[in-house]
Every structure is written in C-alpha cells, then in structure tokens.
Design a protein around this ligand. Sequence first.
Ligand code: ATR
Length: 277
Amino acid sequence: MTGNKIRTGVIGHPVSHSKSPLIHGYWLKAHGLDGSFEAVDIPCENLEAGIKDLVEQGYRGFNVTIPHKESIMALCDEIDETAQQIGAVNTVTIDDGTLKGSNVDAFGFTENIRSQQPDFSFASGAVVVLGAGGAAKAVVHGLLEHGTPEIFLVNRTKERALILANSSIAPDKINIIDWEKRSKILEGASMLVNTTSLGMKGQDELEIDLSLLPRDALVNDIVYHPLHTDLLVSAEKGGHRVITGIGMLLHQARLAFKTWHGVMPDITPELEDMVQK
Ligand code: ATR
C-alpha cells in the first residue's frame, strides 16, 4: 500500500479548511521525503477510535486542531512541559505505539514576530492581548517565556480570562481587563495582539480605537483571512509596524515538521503565496 511512506496528518472536526496539508505537502516535496500529510476528520465521539486507527495505520504523527486540542491530552502517553503549561496539545508524535503530545503554537507565535520584526524585544514593555480562547493560551505562554513583564488580558467573558491567567506560568504578570476598556488600556503598551476571531472573514469587525497606543508599538493580528485585517490596516495608517497572522501558522508547522522528520523547513515566498490563496 504505502510501503515505508512517512504518514502524517491533521485531525479536527471540521478539518477540510486546513492549510496544513498544503504546507506539509510542499515541504515533503522540497526535502524529497517519501511521505504524506492528510486531513482526517474525526468527530468528538470517535476520537479514541480515530486515534487508534492512525496508530494502526503506522502514522508517525499528526497535528490536532479544533475541537480536540484539550481532549487529546487524556489519550497521550506523554505530554511535554510546554503543552502541559499551555494546557493543550496540537502536535502528537507516535513512537512505537506511544503517543507523545507537544504544543508548537507558542513557538509559532513568537517566531513569527521574531522573523517579521527582529528588533522587537518581548521584554521591552507591557503587551495587550485581546481574547482568552485556545490561541490566547499559546500567545500568553510565548510572551511570558520571552520575558514580557506585564500582560493586559482583555476578554469579553472575564471568567475565561481569569481561568487562563491562573493556569499560566506567571499569573502575577497578568492583569485582567474588561472588554469595554480595550482602547483605554493601550496607553504605554509595546504590542497589541488580537487572538479573537473578530475581523475574520464572515465575522464581526473588531472595534477598537488605537489612538492611545504608542506610535512605536507593534500590532499583531493572528487572524490571517483576510491577511490585512481592518485592525492591521488602521494600525498601518496610524504609523505602527504590523505583523500578519499567516506566519504563526507557518512557523508552528515548521516545528511540527521538524519533530516528525528531523529537519527544520524554510518558509519561502512561494509557500507564503500558496497559503494566502
Ligand atoms: P481560538 O481557539 O481560535 O482562540 P476560541 O477558543 O473559540 O477560539 O476563542 C475565541 C475568542 O474570540 C474568545 O476570546 C472569544 O471571547 P469569549 O471568551 O468571550 O467567547 C472571542 N470572541 C469571539 N467573538 C467575539 C465577539 N463578538 N466579541 C468579543 N470577543 C469575541
């Protein structure tokens, strides 16, 4: 059937929209590896059986996306420290039938900023994070690991922000802010990160006034469809340096690829073009 082909993939529900098959397929080809990467739709009630199936099929590993990032943890034999601290697994490696869980989202977030704005220092000041969902967990973790001294966590549902802060590696560095105060809190910040789904194609707009945000502050939207969200467009108009979201996806994929294949792939302009289409 597949011989010694290295089988990898992404599990989720739904998963057909995933860009990961395109990204990993591109790198498999670029590195001349005999491998495959498939999107595997597994509904919640079939998770355990679905995973067993992948193990039996000889998969080397798989990414995990919505809605399984937390429930997969109970099925892993080992979970690395980063994934434990974030509280979610998005990459699983299968080693002799053993499932090892890790999380490459925080790396994707920080590496995207480092590559787009190499002069930015995470430790230079307070960062405002909008949202407290799954993506925010990885963003907050990445910031704290890189020495951000203070985070203002702004979420519509305050309770969710409190839970995120209390389960983080440094709750004392996180201030929970009411959603209504999101424009006011920008004063003095070194970066603003949107992790909510607002501004995504088909979703409501993110309403925020950037006038108090210092001119030299960065603005990062992890929404990448559209690539230049209204938030980034107005930030650019205000003279801010902006960081688009597609790089977070690409950089987390790099680390997952390295985990499975032992080689860190590059992001080429051709790949960026392909992913944005
Ligand atoms: P992800 O895993 O991509 O982060 P998620 O866990 O569903 O997705 O989180 C979505 C985030 O967008 C949450 O912070 C959510 O706020 P709530 O915790 O209050 O639900 C935020 N969000 C979604 N729609 C929003 C809206 N209309 N106004 C404000 N925040 C919104």
